[in-house]
Every structure is written in C-alpha cells, then in structure tokens.
Design a protein around this ligand. Structure first.
Ligand code: GCO
Length: 446
C-alpha cells in the first residue's frame, strides 16, 4: 500500500487515561483536575464526565486482546498521576501501580510495545489546590512521580512521553479556560509553559535513571496560516505560531525560547532551568490534526490574535479541516528548520472524528476514516521520501472515548464504543488498519 515506508516503520494507536479508564474514584485513585472540571455545570458539551468513560480500568484485558487482533506494534497510553499518587506527592498507591504493571505485561504478551505518556492532562487536584502548573513546586512533584513510574515500568516500556501537548495545557487549560483547570489568564498563563518545559526535562532525566532508552515528546503542532497577507494578519499568525509551535519545539530542541517570546519568559528562567529543559530527545513526537487560520484583532481585544474557521476544505464531523498536504509540507519545513537538532520523528497522534455507528447488521462503515488515514499516511510516506526521518504513525484513537470539553459527542476510534453497554465494535477502519500493518515489512527486532 505504501511501498515507500521503510521496513520496521511502526504503526500504532493512542489513548489517554482520563479519556478511557473510568474508575475515577476506585482503588485509591485521588481526584484529578478533570474530575473537578467535568463536575462544574456548563464545562462539558453533553454534561458528561470520565467517571466511567470506556471502563478500560475493568475491561483492559478485552482491549489488549483487540490490540493483539489489530496487530499494530505500538500502543500509546497514559498513566493517571492521581492513580499513582492520589495527592500528587508521597508514596505510590500500590493498586494504581499494579494496574499499569498488569497492562504493560498484557501488552507485551500480545506483541505490542508500550509508549507511555506520564502526563495527559489529569493533574492531581491537590496540586492544583496549591497552584498547579503555575506553581514551580509542581516541577519537583512531577520529577518525583516520574521516578516512581520509571522505577516500576522502566524495564519494559519501549518509548516514553513525559507530557502530552504542553501547548494545549498552557493555552486551553490556563490561558483560555476551555480545559481543566478552567483558568482564563491569557498571557499570565506563560509561567505554566516554562514549568511544563522544565518538568519535561526533569522527568526525562528521572526516566533515564531507571533505564529508559527512548524518551521523546508529543507536541501538538499545526501550520499557522495568516487570514490575509496584510502586515497585521501576518504578524498575528507569526506570534501565534511562536506560541503554539515554537514555544515548545525551540526550548526542547535548541534550549531557547523563540525570539518574539524570550522577553516575556526571561524573568521565569531560573539558574539551571535551561540545562534541565533541554534534554536531548530520542524521538520527537508530533500530534497533527490540521492547519489553523489566524487573524489580527482590534487593539483593545484581550488577545492580539484570533482563530478563524479555515474554509475551502472538507471537514470531519468535528468541523476540523482535512489537509493532509499541510502535514507533509510542515514535516519537511520542520526538518529544514531544526536539521541536526531534530531526532527521528514519530507521529504520536493523527486521527479524525466521525459519528458512524453500527448498522442493522452491526457493521460500522467508517469509510471516511479510512480515506482520512490513507491520505495522512501517504503524506507521511512522501515526507519520508523527501528526507524526513519518520519512524512511526500512531493514530488517535484505538477506541471512541471522552473527548474533553466535547464529552462523548465526538468519536475518534478505530473501535466503536457503546457507552450504555460498553460493547466494543471494531469499525471497518480497524480491519483496514490491520491490513495496512500486515502489509508493512517488519525488521527482525520489531
Ligand atoms: C489532543 C489530545 C487528545 C484528543 C485528540 C482529539 O491532541 O487534543 O492529545 O487527547 O482527544 O487530539 O482532540
């Protein structure tokens, strides 16, 4: 299907703890900021929570069996910090650790290699009560947590991602209030970005002390397109590009903030921070969905930019534009920009929301998802041909799950989940992906 993909190219799937596990108050797990946020009226589109989600905490063996049947060698999941340290500090909760211990062993038994995300947004509420990521002390708490998980799982996990999408945590969680913890601090959220970056570096060091041989990242990146070629719109797009993309890529890869943002960050940078945050990465994870269109705003507007709908492209059921060529071109530009500083890339998230459900025969015909995946894998394959070192593609997501502020109104899975019965139904795209994986030549170590 994609002859130009190198042998051993890794296909995988991705999920996250709060979005699939459920068991939100079970076996000693403490509350996370998402347990708090979803309980606040009006925060979630359908008023739902992750209390049950896909009940993966209890059905993990069934889900591991699905992964074995899919045959994709990679599976990216996250560890719930409050399941390990209920208050975000102190000794580990043995029942929490035991869950992930069993999960990792179960995955390895069916030939699936774990890619573990330490933080996929579910901060222990107790730490948020002390300021959360606005509080520098959370960096030390995160390093302590990384040591605990690294010691417990470091001998069996293939790839590690300390923090998922620090830009979304910063801008949506603390800047705009659209995600937990729901703070709308605008530019006063920038300390969060710095603390996340230092925490990422400290966790990388901690994981490596426990034998981790592959630590990377999972940064949400998007091509930022100005609404017009006016100086104002071009300037606004450049600023948003620095905030959304450069704010996290430049420090991780070059040990510095983008020039436009450095003056805003310099007072936050303490002795040793740059050395901490700039740990060499073994891989660079890219979460890609679509380009973003940005326009300038009026002088008295709260922010100097605004996101506009990107028209002229087909869209998913979530309304997100489908632009696989933008992924290809962005990867080529990204490599040209960072060249020797850039380690091999994994696409750690790429996927689409389509509402297709089972028909009268129980078949979920999500041909649109197949078309989407084919186009985006093709874009990756062409980028590889054009010289970008990309080692794998992890689609978001293995199964339909809790889509943050959208609740359960969006379905991203290769597997349909009936939330009333918890019945899993592999969609047509599941078999297509399984066939794609089977057609991909593996190397002996895979
Ligand atoms: C993200 C998160 C995922 C989302 C997915 C669809 O990239 O926002 O990592 O948790 O569910 O991307 O929005």
């Amino acid at each position: 299907m994609f002859s130009q993909l190198p042998p051993g190219f890794r296909f995988g799937t991705s999920t996250a703890a709060y979005q699939i596990e459920g068991a939100a108050h079970e076996d000693g797990k403490g509350p996370s900021i998402w347990d708090t946020f979803t309980a606040e009226p009006g925060r979630i589109k359908d008023g739902s929570t992750g209390d049950v989600a896909c009940d993966h905490y209890h059905r993990w063996e069934e889900d591991v069996a699905l992964l074995g049947r899919l045959g994709a060698r990679g599976y990216r999941f996250s560890v719930s910090w409050p399941r390990i340290q209920p208050d975000g500090r102190g000794p580990a909760n043995p029942r929490g650790l035991a869950f992930y211990d069993r999960l990792v062993d179960g995955l390895l038994e069916v030939g699936v290699q774990p890619m573990v995300t330490l933080y996929h947004w579910d901060l222990p509420q107790a730490l948020e009560d002390d300021g959360g990521w606005l509080n520098r002390d959370t960096i030390d708490r995160f390093a302590e947590y990384a040591h605990i998980v690294g010691e417990a799982l470091g001998d069996r996990v293939e790839h590690w991602v300390p923090i998922n999408e620090p830009n979304v945590v910063t801008l949506l969680g603390y800047g705009m209030g659209m995600h937990a913890p729901g703070k709308a601090l605008l530019f006063d959220s920038l300390p969060v970005a710095h603390h996340l970056l230092v925490a990422h570096g400290r966790a990388t060091v901690a994981l490596r002390e426990h034998g981790a041989t592959s630590v990377g990242c999972a940064n949400n990146h998007a091509p930022i397109w100005p609404a017009s070629d006016s100086d104002a719109d071009v300037g606004a797009a450049k600023l948003f590009d620095a905030l959304w993309n450069g704010m996290f890529a430049e420090p991780m890869l070059l040990g510095r903030y983008p020039a436009d943002l450095a003056p805003l960050m310099e007072d936050l940078v303490q002795e040793g921070d740059v050395a901490d945050l700039r740990q060499p990465l073994d891989f660079y994870g890219v979460n890609y969905y679509n380009p973003m269109k940005v326009a300038a705003t009026a002088d008295d507007a709260p922010m100097p930019f605004e996101l506009l709908e990107l028209l002229g492209y087909p869209t998913t059921d979530f309304g997100w534009p489908i632009v696989p060529d933008a992924l290809r071109e962005w990867l080529i530009l990204f490599r040209a920009r960072y060249r020797a500083a850039l380690p091999p890339i994994y696409i750690t998230e790429s996927g689409c929301s389509y509402a297709d459900g089972p028909d009268a025969d129980g078949v979920v015909d999500d041909q649109r998802r197949i078309d989407y995946l084919e186009a985006h894998v093709e874009a990756v394959a062409t980028a590889i041909q054009r010289g970008v070192d990309i080692r794998g593609y992890y689609t978001w997501s293995l199964m339909d799950n809790f889509e943050w502020a959208e609740g359960y109104t969006q379905r991203f899975g290769l597997v349909h989940v009936d939330y009333d019965t918890q019945v899993r139904t592999p969609k047509k795209s599941f078999q297509w992906y399984a066939d794609l994986v089977a057609a991909q030549p593996q190397t002996e170590q895979d």
